[in-house]
Ligand binder design. Structure first.
Ligand code: UDP
Ligand code: MG
Length: 328
């Protein structure tokens, strides 16, 4: 067999989590198929339906009727993007795996570029956003600040302004799948596994149809590392209350100081006392809240629940080649 034919038998899995994306999936499918047709690879599409409330699942099933290269993992409810993505990765059979959003914000045409670098020997090729269309200034600003803060605070080097849009070689994926933690901050996990990584720049498009599933509260939650932590919420409130009381104490302190300096202070020592008590109180709540954040995570990890529940799965014709059964 010549090397070309050997190459042909390699599989490229396109993994895409979808939550209420029925309006985008047909366009997504045709763009992915036409973008990958000249790659000389077998293409598998792994859709994860993340508990959509619209008819996303019907659109998927309809596509699969005509194309058995599609896998559909239908989750029992909405688990959030990070977990849905993990479900898709668990079921991908490819030698290389591309992670891509179903809303066409990540242009499928870039997959060609990914594959080129993969063939040149890179294990992880990720796409760095040089421009973000259709997102508010506030979102761009907060995400700019957040990534810089994360960079300062974390000890692994998490690339800035990089989404989940990337290609992974099988061996990088196998390493990633060994990490089964519940609070999955995927960008951090990708960085943690290492391997030969490359970043390429691209311009992020606006969504094709529909609107983003993230709001500021859910982004804050992601920033706090978890999406679904109902019982951790009270602990989180402690940190928020702590921050607020520290802020109020600071403002009140400034007020008392100005008042004392300009208008005198009939009770000696009173102002400094109030400032100190409220300030220390705020700091204590903040510290308790932070401990609570970690405790909440330990609590969630120890429950040892599965990451997700599959309601229904339809495998592609490539299923089980390369598949790590243990991880499912
Ligand atoms: N998504 C998901 N589960 C969710 C939220 C989002 O599977 O709970 C999917 C969504 O369908 C899309 C991708 O994750 O394919 C990115 O979501 P979105 O476009 O809302 O995020 P943004 O691009 O604004 O960061
Ligand atoms: Mg999007």
């Amino acid at each position: 067999m010549n090397p070309d034919e050997l190459e042909k038998r390699k599989i490229l899995s396109i993994v895409s989590p979808a939550y209420n994306e029925s309006a985008n999936l047909d366009e997504f499918y045709s763009r992915v198929i036409s973008a990958t047709k000249d790659l000389n690879l077998e293409v598998e599409i792994v859709y994860v339906n993340d508990g959509s409330q619209d008819n996303t699942i019907d659109v998927m099933l309809n596509q699969r009727k005509n194309d058995k290269r599609i896998s559909i993992i239908d989750l029992s409810r909405n688990f959030g993007k990070e977990i849905a993505l993990t479900a898709g990765l668990d079921h991908a059979s490819g030698d290389a795996i591309v992670i891509i959003d179903a809303d066409l914000q990540d242009p499928p045409e870039l997959i060609n570029e990914f594959v080129k670098h993969w063939r040149a020997g890179y294990d992880v090729v990720s796409a760095k956003r040089s421009k973000r269309e259709g997102e508010s200034h506030l979102k761009k600003l907060t995400s700019y600040v957040y990534y810089r803060l994360l960079f300062l605070l974390s000890d692994i080097n998490i690339p800035k302004d990089t989404g989940d849009f990337r290609l992974l070689d099988r061996k990088a994926l196998e390493a990633l799948l060994k990490l089964r933690e519940k609070h999955r901050y995927m960008k951090g996990l990708f960085a943690w596994v290492g391997f030969k990584q490359l970043e390429i720049e691209y311009e992020r498009d606006a969504r094709f149809k529909g609107k983003t599933k993230w709001n500021y509260f859910s982004l804050l939650n992601l920033a706090f590392d978890g999406l679904t932590s109902f019982s951790v919420l009270p602990l989180r409130m402690a940190s928020i209350v702590g921050v607020f009381s520290a802020m109020i104490a600071f403002l009140y302190g400034a007020f008392i100081t100005v008042k004392t300096v300009f208008f005198g202070d009939p009770v000696a020592g009173y102002s400094s006392l109030v400032v100190i008590i409220t300030f220390i109180g705020g700091i204590q709540l903040l510290a308790l809240g932070i401990i609570g954040e970690y405790l909440g995570r330990i609590f969630n990890e120890t429950k040892n629940r599965p990451l997700y529940i599959v309601k229904n799965a339809q495998s592609s014709m490539f299923f089980s080649k390369n598949l790590n059964e243990k991880s499912i």
